[in-house]
Ligand binder design. Structure first.
Ligand code: F6P
Length: 475
């Protein structure tokens, strides 16, 4: 019998515990703090990354270094669900300069094709260096000889090199969850060489798509002394491997949630409450300017304007999950979207029938899946996105084999999900046409496309993603 690759890596990793412990370093710990009476408790945060890495961490007695997500006193390292959690504190000034500033007002817009103007401030750069050094020190303390370190995402791009200085022998991996921009854009960054040299401290650097990997290799050859191919670079006498590892979801979890009776009943309720006999187009996003929510809503307004009876046939449900509300761009974005919803509803609504149902809140995973099950069309139209897991979750939740995914060409997921209706998210008329096509797609075609999408997502789930990356890193 051929072992599932996940277990193959686990076996390799646990064969010699001394050489195989995994230490994850990410901006956030995989837990959320809550109060129960006077007691402070922690619960595991929802999300694919946590569920993918948990088995590796538990099997290898591993640890996770990260920010607990709250201000105030930093807790001592503690065990949760078989993993040692090592909190790294952020001060209010760090939150302002490192998190809201350099991470989310410089790097985030720059790496997402500069769809908003990236701000370059020297007084944000030094806190970024300082916080990265703090994470590297905490990681170095958590690491024992032979352990593997896996650093995650744009907030911590200097950690690989800083950690290498402290623990030269450690195998270090880095994975970027967001896009790595074309060199012409990346070149704007005043600290481009430092960031690239930070990443080159890793042995393996992973990206969501092959394009991200190519962009990085090009930038590294242009702005550092690194030499080599698009897959292997030599830098300061070391060899760095570069590749694409498209992240995914826990397919079986979403599939089995969708099949649950209570979730099916809830989906039915949503249909009855929201739509009556109308078809539902659904959008679910963090409220972020990269997600293309305003263009998508304008496309729906276009559709309403084009067909006389559209209001009786279709309703748009937009769930906007609050995010980074202290970044001014996000607050402005919220105002813009809410006034647009108001305008469309005011113009096209009639008593008892509202064209856009807008929810500004987070949903539990069960509720989320019930919305996926209820939706006839899922609209995922980011202007740029590293991957977009909502698209994959929708596919996993369609246990009935129906439903149509309308997907942006500029989401990493579009590389794999070719049977979606692909759209240019900047093209408002094009999105309106795609909605029309999706709403009118014959059931037979829906099922054929969905079967293909489901095969793709279930064959490449998040466990395979973690296994491939760790398998490569642990060689
Ligand atoms: O996609 C990048 C990412 O950092 C995710 O890891 C995270 O879930 C999301 O953006 C929200 O990030 P924040 O930690 O800023 O709330």
């Amino acid at each position: 019998m051929i072992a599932h690759p996940r277990f193959a890596t686990l076996l390799r990793m646990s064969a010699d515990a001394k050489t195989s412990r995994l230490v994850v370093i990410a901006n956030r710990l995989p837990v959320t703090r809550y109060k129960e009476g006077p007691e402070t408790r922690w619960k595991t945060s929802p999300g694919g990354l946590v569920s993918a890495l948990q088995p590796f961490l538990q099997a290898s007695d591993g640890s996770w270094v990260g920010w607990p997500g709250t201000e105030g006193e930093v807790p001592q390292p503690f065990r949760h669900d078989g993993i040692l959690l090592v909190p790294v504190g952020l001060t209010p000034a760090d939150l302002e300069n490192f998190y809201l500033g350099f991470s989310n007002s410089t790097l985030w817009p720059l790496y997402h094709d500069a769809v908003r103007w990236p701000e370059f401030h020297r007084h944000w750069w030094w806190p970024y260096v300082e916080v990265n050094a703090r994470f590297a020190r905490a990681a170095a303390d958590a690491l024992e000889p032979g352990d593997i370190a896996w650093v995650h995402d744009y907030q911590l791009q200097l950690v690989p090199a800083l950690l290498r200085e402290l623990r030269p022998e450690t195998r270090i991996g880095f994975f970027l969850h967001i896009p790595f921009p074309p060199v012409e854009l990346f070149a704007q960054l005043p600290w481009r060489t430092q960031l690239l040299e930070g990443l080159l401290g890793a042995d393996l650097v992973g990206f969501q798509t092959r394009n991200g990997a190519l962009n990085f290799a090009r930038a590294a050859r242009r702005f550092t002394s690194a030499q080599g191919s698009d897959r292997v670079l030599e830098f300061q006498g070391r060899r760095i491997e570069i590749d694409a590892y498209p992240i995914s979801i826990d397919f079986k979890r979403y599939e089995s949630l969708a099949a649950r009776e209570d979730v099916q009943t809830r989906a039915q309720e949503i249909r009855e409450q929201i739509s009556g006999n109308r078809k539902i187009i659904l959008g679910i996003d963090r409220l972020d300017y990269t997600k293309g929510i305003d263009q998508r809503l304008r496309a729906f307004e276009t559709l309403l304007g084009r067909y006389e009876n559209a209001l009786e046939d279709v309703v748009f449900v937009q769930v906007a999950v609050p995010s980074r509300e202290l970044v001014p761009e996000y607050a402005q974005m919220r105002e813009r979207i809410e006034s647009q919803v108001g305008r469309t509803n005011g113009r096209y609504g009639v008593p008892g029938m509202t064209p856009i149902q807008y929810l500004y809140r987070s949903l539990t995973t069960e509720e989320l899946v019930a919305y996926y099950v209820a939706a006839d069309v899922m609209a995922v139209t980011p202007l740029r996105d590293g991957m977009n897991l909502v698209a994959k979750e929708y596919v996993a939740a369609r246990v009935d084999g129906g439903g149509v995914l309308v997907l942006s060409e500029f989401a990493g997921a579009a590389r794999e999900l070719q049977q979606a209706v692909l759209v240019n998210p900047h093209d408002v008329d094009g999105i309106a046409i795609a909605f029309e096509r999706a709403l009118e797609m014959p059931p037979k075609e829906q099922r054929r496309r969905m079967a293909d999408l489901r095969r793709t997502v279930s064959n490449g789930d998040v466990h395979l993603w973690a296994d491939s990356f760790l398998g490569m890193l642990g060689r």
